[in-house]
Design a protein around this ligand. Structure first.
Ligand SMILES: NC(=O)c1ccc[n+]([C@@H]2O[C@H](COP(=O)([O-])OP(=O)(O)OC[C@H]3O[C@@H](n4cnc5c(N)ncnc54)[C@H](OP(=O)(O)O)[C@@H]3O)[C@@H](O)[C@H]2O)c1
Length: 277
């Protein structure tokens, strides 16, 4: 039996789509009633309920549950791994963050989780996911609407990856985990996208090439702070932009194409699909 957590989230949902029809697949969610298939209640914030959620499972796809302060994320992942081990789950596949992401403020909780898995009793596979191509979508949408691309990454570029590709890999790994035991996979895109490339993508979609005005991190921080985001979120976003601008996330290559058996989906396809009505 395979359990996929985060079933109502984007990545977990895409993985479950790919596993649809397999009888031995169960969705895990904080809202199992909405999962639309065999589903169990899985809430890492409720460790007491996890034994029931993980009972009888051989393989767990532990989709990281970020979007909180590090101590909360670490507690969530720690509780999930401990409960999985107690329930006798044999293999845990974890969606982590690319090795190039060590300058990102939210990477610490991922690395903590990797260490915890490596020190634990279950077999493991670590999927070090790159940053999603979707990151560019709001900037591209704004550029299409205003004719100006504002994205404070200077000349930096990102080897962005399609969630769909990450879901393809995760689905394939969880259905044959023995082949991937003890492996750490780097899953980044094979083309790096920066301001110039994004302007070109918007031009292809709209016929008008937006000017690229990177702006500054300070302007962006002030703008994000005014949006009323939770306190942890602004530094996380800022660290993403800063790390891209600094040239830390433009490295292509890695394991994605090999695991997919084809070229990764390019970012322009993801952005075009998101912006095309
Ligand atoms: N690589 C990247 O660029 C990138 C970008 C954003 C996020 N991420 C990370 O990758 C993860 C998956 O991405 P995504 O696109 O699927 O994000 P998403 O659409 O926001 O889904 C995240 C899911 O995590 C689950 N979750 C949240 N809190 C949980 C908890 N306490 N216990 C159990 N599950 C919990 C939820 O699923 P249920 O509602 O079904 O419980 C939620 O829908 C994110 O959670 C985040 O850690 C990566």
């Amino acid at each position: 039996m395979i359990l996929v957590t985060g079933a109502s989230g984007a990545l977990g949902g895409l993985v479950l789509e790919r596993l649809r029809g397999l009888e031995h697949v169960v969705a895990g969610s904080r809202t199992p009633g909405q999962a639309g298939q065999a589903a169990r209640l899985v809430d890492f914030d409720d460790p007491g309920g996890l034994a029931e959620g993980f009972h009888g499972m051989e393989t767990l796809l532990l989709v990281s549950a970020g979007y909180a302060e590090d101590d909360v994320v670490i507690a969530r992942h720690g509780a999930a791994i401990e409960a999985a081990e107690r329930a006798g789950v044999g293999h845990i596949v974890y969606t982590s963050i690319t090795g190039a992401g060590d300058h990102l403020s939210y990477t610490l909780a991922h690395r903590w989780t990797e260490r915890r898995l490596m020190a634990g009793s279950a077999h493991w596979t670590i999927l070090r996911n790159g940053l999603y191509s979707d990151l560019f979508v709001p900037y591209a949408a704004n550029a299409a609407a205003t004719g100006e691309l504002t994205l404070p990454i200077g000349a930096g570029r990102l080897a962005a990856v399609a969630r769909e590709d990450l879901a393809d890999v995760a689905a394939s790994v969880v259905t044959d985990p023995g082949r991937h035991r003890g492996r750490v996979y780097e899953l980044v895109g094979d083309q790096a996208v920066g301001g110039a490339e994004l302007s070109g993508i918007v031009e292809k979609l709209t016929g008008v090439r937006p000017g690229y005005r990177p702006g500054t991190l300070a302007e962006t921080r002030a703008f994000l702070s005014e949006l009323g985001m939770p306190g942890w979120q602004v530094p996380h976003l800022m660290s993403t932009l800063s790390a891209v601008a600094g040239g830390f996330l433009d490295g292509t290559g890695g394991d994605l194409a090999d695991l997919l058996g084809r070229a990764p989906r390019p970012a322009h396809e993801v952005i075009a699909a998101a912006l095309t009505p």
